[in-house]
Write a protein that binds this ligand. Structure first.
Ligand SMILES: [Zn+2]
Length: 246
């Protein structure tokens, strides 16, 4: 029977098998880092916890469960549903990241885009955007592929390409601040969720992915604070905090 199977199908079966084998260690890793109490079903969707080699500075956060988000809307389509579900999964591990960081937020953010000075950034905080939205961040323009380094020390909370912003990396730093880097062209293949980063760590490369398609390549930098026990996302203006690297 197998001799009569079309070649394309054989390739497909072979690829599927390769994928299964190659992804098994990852599944084990994810299952191993699963939060206690989460059901085993769907464990492949469990999010990655921060690197356990780092101590919990505030252990009370490690067992905290985020209250339901007040702003959670009903999804209007499949893409939005996928985004909301992903957000909810990440939310389950956010307090575990809070447990690893110090309570005082960084007073200064190092310029994340290589070769750009803070004085070159045009202030677009709360500029009107489509759909009645305000611009909740700053755009830092640079040639496509320019390295982006973390503006703070912290832990990689999320790497994804499902958000409106395109390919993005979110880092959680001291003071439970979340630093959102998006429209990236690429992310270093070795970068992992849960990984500890410093201001020397390259976390991505400037691009125009997501809703920046068709615009000149730039990094969108968002900074979020808010009550950590409520797991709030309250946007802050990054510009007054940005400093040059030299
Ligand atoms: Zn932007």
């Amino acid at each position: 029977m197998s001799a009569s199977r079309p070649p394309s199908l054989r390739v497909a079966v072979g690829l599927a098998l390769c994928f299964t084998l190659a992804s098994w260690p990852d599944l084990e890793r994810l299952t191993g880092s699963r939060l206690p109490g989460l059901p085993a079903i769907g464990s492949a969707l469990a999010q990655t916890l921060p690197d356990p080699a780092w101590p919990d500075l505030e252990p009370a956060f490690a067992s905290h469960v985020c209250p339901p988000s007040e702003r959670q809307l009903e999804p209007r389509n499949a893409a939005e549903r996928a985004r909301f579900e992903m957000r909810a999964r990440y939310r389950t591990v956010m307090p575990a990241f809070y447990a690893k960081v110090g309570p005082e937020p960084d007073a200064a953010l190092r310029m994340p885009v290589e070769g750009v000075r803070v004085a070159q950034v045009t202030d677009t905080w709360h500029a009107p955007r489509g759909g009645g939205r305000l611009h909740e961040g700053q755009d830092i323009f640079a040639p496509r592929g320019t390295p982006v380094r973390s503006a703070t020390a912290g832990f990689v909370y999320r790497i994804d390409d499902l958000s409106l912003g395109g390919l993005s990396v979110t880092v959680i730093g001291d003071g439970y601040r979340r630093y959102f880097y998006t429209h990236l062209e690429a992310v270093p293949p070795a970068l992992r969720e849960g990984q500890r980063v410093t201001t020397d760590t390259v976390i991505g490369f400037v691009g125009a992915s997501g809703n920046a398609a068709g615009t000149p390549p730039h990094l969108h930098l968002g900074v979020y604070g808010g009550d950590p026990w409520a797991c709030e996302w309250r946007a802050l203006d990054p510009l007054p905090l940005l400093v040059d690297r030299d």
